[in-house]
Structures are given as C-alpha cells and as structure tokens.
Design a protein around this ligand. Structure first.
Ligand SMILES: NC(=O)c1ccc[n+]([C@@H]2O[C@H](COP(=O)([O-])OP(=O)(O)OC[C@H]3O[C@@H](n4cnc5c(N)ncnc54)[C@H](OP(=O)(O)O)[C@@H]3O)[C@@H](O)[C@H]2O)c1
Length: 298
C-alpha cells in the first residue's frame, strides 16, 4: 500500500522537560521507508522510564536528535510497505521492532529490517511491544522477587505483596518498612544476586546483605554505581556491583517471543491507553508505581 502523502496521528514534544503536559497531539505525514526499512502500522507501543528520561534531557546531546520528537521505541504492529532492499518481511506480516531513537507514539513508524522480528500469531501486539527492553528482565523476575518487594501504602502493599508472591517469591520485603528499607531478609539469608531495578539504594545498603561472592546487577546505574564497580575491581572485592545497560538484540527479542508463545514467560500489563490518551500513560510511568507495562494502542 502506498502511503506517500497520507497523514497520521502522533504524539510528540518539542523541548526538554514538561512531563506529560509537554506532550502534544499532531497530524504529520506518514514516514517513508528507506532501502532497508519497513513501514509499519503500529498496533501497540510500550513506554519505558528511559523514554521520559530522554524528555528530561538526561541523554542530551545524543537524544533527541531533533525536535519535535516522537518518543517511545518498543513497538509491535503490521508491515504496510517495505523498502526495495528488504528481504525478510512483506506487507501484512506481524512484527515487533525496536525503533532505537523513538517514533513509537504514532499510528505508523519506520523500523530497520535489522531491528525487526516476526511476531508469532499466539503473541498479541501488546505482549510483543512489552517485551523489547523490559523483557530482558522478564526471565529474571522470579529471582528479583525473591530479593525485594515494592509497596507504597496499605492498598499497594496488599496488591503488590500478593503479586510478587504469585511470581514465585519465597520472601517478600516491603521497602516502606525499616527492615525492607535496609534490604534485611526475614530469614536472615544473604543474597547471591540482587537485580537492582529501582534507584537510590547505595552500595552500603547492599553490601552487608550479600553472600561472600554476592553480586548486584544494577539496571539503573549512575555515576556512583560506576565508581563502586571500579573500586570493587581495584580492591579485588569478592562482592561486586555490575552496571547493566540493555541494548535489545533481535535474537533476544525472538527468543522472548518464543517464550511467550510457549507459555514459559508472561508479560504483566498495568494498563492500556488509546493514542489519544498517551499523556496519561506517560504521567503514570513518571509516577513510578505502575505494576507492569504501560501500553499505548493507536
Ligand atoms: N539498564 C537497562 O537497560 C534497563 C532496562 C529496563 C529498565 N531499566 C530501568 O529499570 C527501572 C525499572 O523499570 P520499570 O520499567 O520496571 O519501571 P517502573 O514500571 O516505573 O517500576 C515501577 C515499580 O517499581 C516499584 N518501586 C518504585 N520505587 C521503588 C523502591 N524504592 N523500591 C522498590 N520498588 C520500587 C513500584 O512499586 P510500588 O508501586 O509499590 O512503589 C512499581 O512496582 C527503571 O529505572 C528503568 O529505567 C533499565
């Protein structure tokens, strides 16, 4: 289908900052795929905290490359048109893509063939879009749950305690209690591995709770994390902190899609929003208390 000259709805921002109020709804031309690119009709996109980190300007001057900028990179949809060099996909194929530099809060997006994988019919668009960046942590959710727990108030406490137990946690900590705050295991056990998926927990809190060769994998590394990593290496510490930045690879996305297809992995979706209410999903992500993915469906 030739979409040249057609318009699409999209959500973008044209300066740093502003949170959800900085998003605006626009109508712009449908993008045109290049030689090795695919034009896709987006069926679902999922928001990651990284997306609004870019809006805050923390990735400048690398991202955004220019304003106005359409955020969000994890998308699933259907191929509409392919560039002349594309071999693996044709119009009508269901796909999952990582756009890398945004473009996902829109009705259509252009994705690289090399950043796109086929989506099995058993995997919904919402599930597919939820897997790309966050999915890398998916198989780890069991062990994560064994080491930490999130709760905010009485309602959240009840809801999230049960949620984490259902994921297979042996023990659950409430970070709003004094014991939970210092990561003390109720059984007194020390942790072999901690997947650190929030911010603001210093090495001095992790260190006493680790087994002799315990390791913290830090999904939210800042300057202090890299400093700790270096100091632990220099001092030959057996306890280690490993900063981790996920760059999604197509083989891994394919593998995760297969896990979902085979029922070995389940995505957890907090809520779904139409594109016309994308700013609500954005605001909820910034609040930091979603239980699972925030999905936008054009
Ligand atoms: N390194 C990488 O490549 C990579 C990849 C993916 C994600 N990340 C990062 O990992 C972090 C988590 O991502 P996400 O998508 O899961 O974010 P998210 O959806 O915003 O996480 C929300 C969850 O975090 C819990 N939480 C909030 N503050 C907490 C605290 N102080 N202690 C324990 N739990 C707390 C919330 O529980 P309550 O509602 O009970 O507070 C809620 O369940 C983000 O900072 C993201 O940028 C990094």
């Amino acid at each position: 289908m030739n979409m040249a000259g057609k318009l699409m709805k999209a959500v973008c921002y044209d300066s740093y900052g502003g949170g959800s109020a900085g998003l605006k709804h626009v109508e712009i031309p449908v993008p045109i795929p290049g030689n090795l690119e695919i034009l896709m009709k987006i069926e679902a996109s999922s928001i990651n905290p990284f997306d609004w980190t870019i809006q805050k300007g923390r990735m400048r001057p690398i991202l955004p490359r220019k304003f106005p900028f359409i955020p969000v990179s994890d998308v699933a949809g259907e191929v509409v048109e392919v560039g002349p060099g594309v071999k693996k996909f044709k119009a009508g194929d269901k796909i999952v893509s990582t756009l890398g530099t945004g473009g996902g809060l829109a009705e259509y997006a252009v994705a690289k063939e090399s950043s796109t994988v086929p989506r099995p019919p058993e995997v919904s668009a919402a599930d597919g879009a939820s897997l790309v960046i966050a999915g890398r942590g998916g198989p780890l959710r069991g062990p994560i749950s064994k080491t930490r727990k999130h709760a905010r108030d009485r309602n959240m406490w009840g809801r999230n305690i049960e949620f984490v137990k259902n994921l297979g946690a042996d023990e659950v900590l409430d970070y709003k209690t004094p014991e939970g705050f210092v990561l003390k295991s109720p059984s007194g056990k020390k942790y072999d591995v901690v997947i650190h998926c929030t911010t603001g927990i210093p090495w001095s809190t992790f260190q006493p709770n680790l087994s002799p060769k315990g390791k913290v994998v830090d999904l939210t590394p800042g300057g202090r994390a890299f400093w700790t990593y270096a100091m632990n290496k220099i001092t030959y510490s057996k306890k280690q902190l490993q900063p981790l930045i996920v760059v999604p690879k197509v083989e891994e996305i394919e593998c995760l899609l297969n896990y979902v297809k085979e029922g070995k992995l389940k995505t957890v979706i907090d809520s779904r929003y139409p594109l016309s209410r994308a700013e609500e999903a954005w605001a909820k992500s910034i609040e930091g208390h979603a239980t699972g993915k925030l999905v936008v469906e054009p």
